[in-house]
Design a protein around this ligand. Structure first.
Ligand code: HEM
Length: 134
């Protein structure tokens, strides 16, 4: 799931920077919380997930898929709701609660995958196989 995560990271980078430029141009910084989360949870974290999944091939790919979909369903719910709440529309608070909890579950799946499925010995074996193919 390295490449899908990297591609989504770049999409979030474009949106995050779009928010930043909008705030600069209007000198209205109400959305800075959403801007920071889009850039850090969207761009920076997803780029890291992408690099980790690409580099460590022994990690469980079906768990990585669950992580990817949960994360990418949670993020738009969370970020759109957060943006509306930051500009004063409190009816979007439930969206923040749903989105942030889904995001936290996605992170738990990622943590489980790295802590329990990533094995140094498997990585060494994979590297050896790759070297033998060259
Ligand atoms: C073209 C690129 C960017 C522009 C124009 C931009 C613009 C801004 C602006 C106008 C603010 C509000 C400053 C204030 O409150 O006075 C801000 C805050 C912030 N930005 Fe950006 N930004 C950009 C890229 C990024 C990136 C790449 C990241 C992280 C990876 C980032 C993370 C943050 C954080 C953490 C804050 C503070 C939020 C807070 O205080 O609640 N920004 N940015």
């Amino acid at each position: 799931m390295g490449i899908p995560f990297l591609k989504m990271a770049v999409v979030y980078f474009l949106v995050g920077i779009g928010y930043g430029i909008y705030m600069d141009m209007t000198q209205d910084f109400a959305l800075k919380g959403a801007h920071a989360h889009i850039n850090l949870a969207g761009w920076a974290s997803m780029a890291l997930f992408g690099i980790i999944y690409h580099y460590f091939q022994s990690i469980d790919n079906s768990l990585a898929k669950v992580h990817f979909w949960l994360y990418n369903i949670a993020m738009p719910i969370f970020m759109v709701s957060l943006s509306f709440v930051l500009i004063g529309n409190l009816s979007f608070v439930p969206g923040i609660i749903v989105g942030s909890n889904l995001l936290a579950i996605a992170v738990l799946v990622f943590a489980y995958n790295v802590l329990f499925k990533l094995k140094a010995s498997n990585e060494a074996k994979l590297k050896q196989e790759q070297n033998m193919q060259v």
